[in-house]
Design a protein around this ligand. Sequence first.
Ligand code: SIN
Length: 276
Amino acid sequence: MDNSRGITVTPLPQSLGATVSDVDVREGLSPDAVKTLHDAWHRHQVLFFPQLNLTQEEHIAFGSVFGELSAVSPAKDDYRNLKKIGPKGEIFVLDSADKRADVWHSDVSFTKVPPIGSLLSMKVCPDKGGDTIWSNQYAAYDALSPAMRSLVNGLDAEHGRSTTGSSIHPVVLRHTVTGRPALYVSRGFTARIVGFTAIESEGLLALLFRHCEQPEFQTRWKWHAGDAVLWDNRCTMHYAVNDYGDAARQIHRVTIYSPGVVSAATGQQTAAVKAA
Ligand code: SIN
């Protein structure tokens, strides 16, 4: 447990994730608090903030602490035509009545420069079911045999579906901050291995998906309205469990890009990284 700078970070007993308490988003975060949060995000990959109860303004400001928020879908990340709210449409409204994210994926990996993170704020959640699961893609890479690691190290894959457009990314992504290699393929968006025949590509992807989706690499969150979760899209995948029938479930999400990516794509000034 780390409670330096007033913030308490408690690692979960699974492969990834930590709960974070005593974060005062209303008062503004000191540079020390921002550093603690960045370090925890990079170390634990997914941070759970029970009962943070973010307003729209706080959601945008808190997400902006970690990078630039997509404002007007510069990277066509709005392939589902989701409702957007906030002064610049920074907040996606994910409603179970529209579409459920019940397939393993890293957010909008079909875009040329995918987001580094996402910050969800739970608004309405079912009493039973509707958990989200994350997987540790560093651990998935590390658990491959040396022979399989050397095969996948040099490969690229195309991400995208017919509705999304597509982009090519390395199968093994080296994290820009931690330097650690992570498997960057998902059943939701990875379509083929570049340079492989269709049979080779299908076979290798089936193996990698099955490997990454093992429970040993996972952590799972039981939501309550008001909870917020921040994750790192470069080294995790996630899956929204679809076990709640017709019950309502609504989440607000801001999608976080490396500083400069959104403004370069749109020519617009977005919310600045807020360190005080
Ligand atoms: C998402 O894929 O961004 C949403 C995850 C969820 O609905 O829990």
